[in-house]
Design a protein around this ligand. Structure first.
Ligand code: SF4
Length: 291
């Protein structure tokens, strides 16, 4: 009844139908006319005729039992691959997945791959130990249907409450994009003043009071132009650097000097056994052009 038809439309017809035919036996004894009358308004009447024919075949050939082989189930009128697998799982508890649009959507989101890029038979086969370990195969078939209808819906999937979200590549990719959108890029202007001497040494300090760069050995850095640039400072270069969510616009100044402030240490720009942060190395590179 649910083929091509919404659940809410089917419910009253289903109730009437199972009330009239509570089992296969009663259905098989019915007539096409009676069945079509009950089906009236639901459309796709071939479904009703197929149901009646199937019930009669199950009576004659299988003593009202559903066959246990997929190939035999598929021979019954109106039963294709999807319905046959669903029946095999639901009725006989066989390890199988009824692959319809819902299941394709769920797997394609979990893998974050387009449906046409997934070989579903192969995917199920590779993962069969994970899918069918519990011996509750009929529950699994049912659960996938419910999961696709209520949680991993075509529009507006309920990822926040989804039990699979930690392992879902689609959800994690969306989360990453959202997180990136939430990061505000801070633009900062810095004037960097380098004391250098003729021995190719540069004076570095950890006392710049710049928060995020404080643990590193750096030249003298001051934020904004308000800081005094003594006449002896020479402008060398303007360049850009990104550190996490900060975009730094750097104006590099230098001064050849044998003196440096007391909190600084001289540091060779060529050979250095100390850890030198990338930011400082970049400055070394810029300043080295002076030699
Ligand atoms: S996290 Fe979202 S997209 Fe992924 S399986 Fe769950 S509901 Fe579907």
């Amino acid at each position: 009844m649910l083929q091509q038809t919404q659940v809410k439309t089917v419910i009253p017809y289903f109730k009437k139908f199972v009330n009239e035919f509570p089992d296969l036996r009663s259905l098989s004894k019915s007539s096409e006319n009676k069945i079509l009358k009950l089906w009236e308004g639901l459309g796709y009447y071939r479904r009703a005729r197929n149901l009646l024919s199937t019930s009669k075949i199950l009576d004659k050939k299988y003593n009202f039992k559903l066959p246990k082989k997929l190939i035999e189930i598929k021979k019954l009128p109106g039963i294709g691959d999807y319905t046959a697998n669903a029946l095999l799982g639901l009725v006989h508890d066989k390890p199988t997945i009824a692959v319809d649009g819902n299941v394709k959507r769920i797997f394609s989101r979990l893998l974050n791959k387009k449906e046409n890029k997934i070989n579903f038979d192969q995917f199920i086969d590779i993962n069969k130990k994970k899918f069918f370990y519990s011996k509750r195969n009929s529950d699994f078939v049912e659960a996938l249907m419910e999961f696709g209808a209520l949680i991993c819906k075509p529009k507006d999937p309920q990822c926040k409450i989804c039990n699979l979200n930690r392992n879902c590549k689609y959800f994690n990719s969306i989360k990453k994009i959202k997180n990136n959108k939430n990061i505000t890029i801070e633009n900062k202007n810095y004037d960097v003043f380098c004391y250098i001497n003729k021995k190719k040494q540069i004076a570095l300090t950890k006392k710049n009071n710049l928060g995020f760069l404080n643990q590193f050995s750096l030249p003298k850095i001051r934020e904004t132009k308000k800081d005094i640039v003594s006449r002896d400072w020479k402008f060398l270069k303007k360049y850009k650097k990104s550190i996490s969510n900060k975009k730094l616009n750097i104006n590099l100044y230098y001064k050849f000097s044998n003196k440096k402030p007391s909190s600084f240490i001289w540091c060779s720009m060529e050979k250095n056994k100390k850890f030198i942060p990338t930011f400082t190395k970049k400055i070394f590179k810029q300043v080295s052009i002076l030699f």
